[in-house]
Design a protein around this ligand. Sequence first.
Ligand code: C2E
Ligand code: MG
Ligand code: MG
Length: 558
Amino acid sequence: MGSTSEVLAVNAQLLKSKASKLSVAGIGISICAIIIASIATAYLQTNEISLASIVEAQKKNASLWLLDMMPFIFAFWGQYVSSMMAFEASAMVVDQTSDLRAQATAFERQAMRGTTNDALTDLPNRVLLMDRLGQAIKTASIEKSRVAVLVLDIDRFKDINDSLGHNTGDRVIKQVAYRLRKVIHEPNTVARLDGDEFGIILKKLGTNADAIKLVQEIKEALHVPLKLEGVRLDIDASLGITFFPEHGKDAQILLQRADVAMYQAKKKRSGFIVYTTALERCNTRSLSLMGELREAIVNNELAAYYQPKIDIKTGIIKEVEALVRWRHKVHGLVPPDDFIPMAEKTGLIKQLTLWVLHESLTQCAKWNNEGYKLRVAVNLSTSDLLDIEFPETVTRVLNAHDVPSEQLLLEITESSIMVDANRSLETLTNLSSLGIRLSVDDFGTGYSSLSYLSKLPVDELKIDRSFVMDMANNSNNAKIVQATIDLGHNLGLEVVAEGVETASNLFLLQPLGCDTAQGYYFTKPLDAKEFNTWRGQNIASGRMQNKEGELYTILPQK
Ligand code: C2E
Ligand code: MG
Ligand code: MG
């Protein structure tokens, strides 16, 4: 394409030639007028029309001289006006062309950005991240330097979306992107990979410790509470880390392995994990387990383990929580975190809940027959709460084992209630009217509103173990525990602290008025036989005594 001045010249030439044609017509008309006027004047003066009389008329008549000048005036004026018109019109055309061209360039740039940048946060997207990672690896191979790849995923983001809506979810993502940008600077890259997942490339890395230091900075930046529409949100994230060259030589592998590490960090609630090949084995194991779970339920490969919940004031075992395990032929005892999420995804969770209900109520009936009245707590999932027939199913199982409904407690997490708050409320109301006790599990990790909570027909709040476990070292967590105990009591609920691992945990909980404690300090979850042995040993050692028909644990004194 030519330059603007070339375009202008061509356009002007075109218009000038058109305007010139008009001025030629003007000149023609004025020449005709001169001829007619000269002939008329010659005839009036000499009464004849001849060349001599016309020349005579031209010589003597001054008004004809003026008329003779007309073609020149027309020619000059025509030329001048046509040139001006041509230039103005041409300039207008060029202006419009430039506008159109600027618009086209902007559209082109926007389209280009759409393929490389994320629309919500304007951060680079996966495509651009992969491109930059490829470049970083090339440079690092030549310079013999190192690169770190981080995958970051916001914790419990689904809960935010489910409880507070997608608009709030989007705003949280934007905020996280903003905070990441503040911590990660050139030549490093932060990109949005997908949903609530971000990818980070750290170039020219000194040591691995530099990457870990940055992870701490990222976590600190995210920890500042976020206030959206009057709701305070505590944001946290899990990160997986890989290093070039030790964890992979190409971009795809490095990112995929950082993702595997991130999933493990999330599962273990450890904040971040650096990739190792052992993690890969965990990941492939999870995938192969997915196909085997249905058969495992049918073939009775599951086992119920029991962990006591102990009355802090009296030391009595109030109830036991049934926690499912999978006795796998190859992998041994598989913990629930490795298969419950997939059971929830595949819809097998309903069968699993039913299995745990049958198993734990069979055990409860056995203890009843031995004269040991104990309540059992069973964990529910979202699908159970959304199943309108679930209360009927529970009644059938209770009847089948001849266990009264007061001896059953159902634990429901805050986040599973919030998936469909109205339907959950209906199911919970029906269960409660049957005389079954209800508990809100992992309290403090979801985003349920307090006004909604006060409407739920629940009897108990279980403070999440993440707050209880490090109460002694983290004053914020200690404050959260205190506030939750007060809140529960004000709502007329009993409060349970889970994750009581040490005597010092217990000593901190006692003066706060917490009702019940559960945790490794007393015992890890045990199968029924081990549980009976544990109870027997505690009675024998005097730590637990049988007094007036009641069993209770003597708690250590301060
Ligand atoms: P949860 O219901 O909050 O259960 C408590 C978890 O905390 C158990 O993990 C228990 O072993 C662990 N725990 C207890 N005391 C301590 C302690 O002092 N320190 C630490 N670090 N951990 C402690 P577990 O058995 O691995 O179960 C994990 C989760 O899996 C459960 O959390 C529950 O959400 C789910 N789950 C377990 N069994 C079932 C089930 O039958 N159905 C459903 N839907 N979910 C289940
Ligand atoms: Mg539980
Ligand atoms: Mg819990």
